[in-house]
Design a protein around this ligand. Structure first.
Ligand SMILES: NC(=O)c1ccc[n+]([C@@H]2O[C@H](COP(=O)([O-])OP(=O)(O)OC[C@H]3O[C@@H](n4cnc5c(N)ncnc54)[C@H](OP(=O)(O)O)[C@@H]3O)[C@@H](O)[C@H]2O)c1
Length: 241
């Protein structure tokens, strides 16, 4: 296994859910992290709970086109290197043709697709210059299939899948790795604003914990150099689709 000791990571969406769990897990594995998100208080609390000099907060809004480049700079400034980028931040808005909030949909497309694209290219350009690095893009089971009312969210995740697969092909034969994680339902704030939570719509009692996804991200990152894990789907045991 490859050790994460001394590696530096940028993690977006680290103020809650999968991102917070990933920051804790990677630091426990020996890495240093730049934790990003808009909620400064959450990031400060996360940094305070982690060992000294192992985490830096980068409060930022991914709707600002400057943010992806600034996050790479923040990691290089804080730790002198950037070895891992986890494109995790995301939002989810669903609705019928009549009810869909189109402003929320447009913001979702910008966070889930535009920002992920910008940070992917910023990370990979740095990794190519450095000769190593690992990009992890968080997609979804809805990056592989659709349900009625989820078309726009699924479309953002299909875009992440297409981008990631093309980039993975470009990177074959290099020392730069790219992995996509496709979670099923995870117990976070993502769907808290839904009128009916998907766990009730799908009849799922036991969701995944954010730590389950963080553990999979760590597993992917710790593989030896001759191994690539392009895609990993992770589902609660009751989730049929
Ligand atoms: N939960 C699930 O069931 C599930 C399933 C499949 C895939 N996923 C994917 O997993 C990823 C993480 O989601 P989660 O479940 O952990 O959701 P979450 O608890 O709602 O966390 C989302 C994170 O994204 C950040 N974020 C949202 N908009 C942002 C913006 N404009 N600028 C900067 N940061 C922003 C939030 O931070 P601030 O609000 O502080 O900015 C927050 O830290 C997402 O890509 C999601 O699509 C989740």
């Amino acid at each position: 296994m490859m050790s994460l000791k001394g590696k530096a990571a940028v993690i977006t969406g680290a103020s809650n859910g999968i991102g917070t769990a990933t920051a804790r897990t990677l630091v426990a594995a020996g890495a240093k992290v730049v934790v990003a998100g808009r909620r400064e208080d959450r990031l400060a609390a996360l940094v305070a709970e982690l060992p000294p000099k192992r985490a830096v907060a980068a409060p930022s809004d991914l709707l600002d086109p400057e943010t992806p480049a600034q996050l790479m700079e923040a990691c290089l400034d804080a730790f002198g290197t950037c070895d891992i980028v986890v494109n995790n931040a995301g939002t989810m808005h669903v609705g019928t043709i009549e009810d869909m909030d189109m402003n929320a949909a447009a913001r979702m497309i910008r966070v889930n697709v535009e920002a992920v694209t910008q940070l992917s290219y910023a990370a990979l350009r740095h990794f190519k210059a450095q000769g190593s690095g690992h990009l992890v893009n968080i997609s979804s089971i809805l990056g592989t299939k659709v349900r009625p009312t989820t078309g726009i969210y699924a479309g953002t995740k299909y875009a992440v899948e297409a981008l990631s697969e093309a980039l993975r092909m470009e990177l074959a034969g290099t020392n730069i790795k790219l992995s996509v994680i496709e979670p099923g339902l995870v117990d976070t704030e993502l769907q808290d604003h839904f009128a009916t939570h998907p766990k009730d719509a799908l009849g799922i009692q036991r969701l995944l914990d954010p730590e389950d996804i963080a553990r999979c991200i760590r597993f992917v990152l710790e593989q030896p150099d001759h191994v690539r894990i392009p895609v990993m789907m992770v589902l609660p045991s009751e989730q049929a689709m």
